[in-house]
Design a protein around this ligand. Structure first.
Ligand SMILES: NC(=O)C1=CN([C@@H]2O[C@H](COP(=O)(O)OP(=O)(O)OC[C@H]3O[C@@H](n4cnc5c(N)ncnc54)[C@H](O)[C@@H]3O)[C@@H](O)[C@H]2O)C=CC1
Ligand SMILES: O=C(O)[C@@H]1CCC=N1
Length: 274
């Protein structure tokens, strides 16, 4: 069984570890490094995996290492891990937003097989969406290993052009927050018209789930699904005309552009730090 280590035991690591264990991966093959004692205790209790305060200890025996720390932490951990990585030459998988393959190669040592990926928080319930991109050192078997880890959390798509990873981040990495914001806005609008908050929340959230399931399970074009809801001269048409008048596609395009640009900025900021 492949030995797997997570560096950083926060939200995303927890989501990915939970998904993997559900697929039958043995807890004894997974370790995590996490500086916060309380988080270590929770991870150990919840998953029965080995938890370490020191990155080097968690990484020592691993064939695959998942870097699950905030982008700004990356330059700080390379000094601790570089020797171990150069000696063992594991597959390195980074989930950090913005951080480029060439930066990871520079920090952790050239010649390492590295996969940069971008999962999202629905990974916690097995409904994640992940884009992955590999450097030229990653073998077909290692690609399959990386895909197996992320498949446990939902769907995966390989992205050949790394420049598009910031777009993936802006689309599906940050994307859950856009849908939560829409549900918040729908709820607020309905409450303003007098609907009780819990009723508004339940109806808005279930509508989000229902629309999502129709998209994923039916596989039909969203435009077609939209048209089926929209009776000529009915209520939906009134709402969609209001969205169009307010420039919804433009608003969304600007938001995705802002997130994409922020991904590139994060990487540039790290270049200045390291
Ligand atoms: N939250 C999200 O929706 C997504 C986040 N990401 C990426 O995943 C990465 C982790 O994000 P989250 O899990 O949300 O953050 P988080 O803050 O929940 O987890 C990061 C963990 O790293 C630990 N840590 C801090 N310094 C450390 C060090 N020197 N060595 C080892 N561990 C250390 C922290 O104590 C924390 O538990 C980020 O790079 C983020 O860009 C990727 C996809 C989605
Ligand atoms: O907001 C962020 O930077 C991270 C990356 C994608 C989702 N959360």
């Amino acid at each position: 069984m492949t030995r797997l280590a997570f560096i950083g035991g926060g939200n995303m690591a927890r989501s990915l570890i939970g998904g993997l264990l559900k697929t039958g991966v043995a807890p004894a093959t997974v370790s995590v490094a996490e500086p916060l004692a309380e988080a270590r205790q929770t991870l150990g209790r919840e998953f029965g995996i080995a938890c370490y305060a020191e990155n080097r200890l968690a990484a020592a025996e691993a064939e695959v290492i998942v870097l699950a720390v905030k982008p700004q932490i990356m330059p700080a951990i390379h000094a601790e891990l570089r020797d171990t990585l150069q000696r063992n030459r594991p597959l390195l998988i980074s989930i950090a937003a913005g951080v480029r393959l060439d930066q990871l190669e520079r920090w952790f040592g050239s010649g390492l097989p590295i996969v940069r990926c971008m999962p999202n928080t629905p990974a916690l319930i097995g409904a994640g969406a992940t884009g992955l991109c590999a450097n030229s050192r990653v073998s077909p078997a290692q690609k399959a290993q990386a895909q197996h880890i992320l498949d446990a959390a939902g769907i995966t798509r390989w992205i050949d052009d790394e420049a598009l990873m910031d777009t993936v981040t802006a689309l599906s990495g940050s994307g859950p927050a856009y849908f939560f914001a829409l549900v918040e806005a729908l709820e607020a609008a309905a409450v303003a018209q007098g609907l009780p908050r819990d009723t508004a929340r339940a109806l808005a959230a279930q509508t989000c789930l229902g629309a999502g399931r129709m998209l994923v399970e039916g596989g039909e074009d969203p435009a077609l699904l939209r048209q089926r809801v929209t009776s000529p001269n009915g209520t939906t048409q009134a709402a969609l005309e209001s969205f169009a008048a307010d420039g919804l596609p433009h608003i969304v395009a600007r938001a995705v552009h802002a997130a994409t640009r922020r991904g590139a900025e994060l990487a540039n900021e790290l270049d200045k730090l390291s």
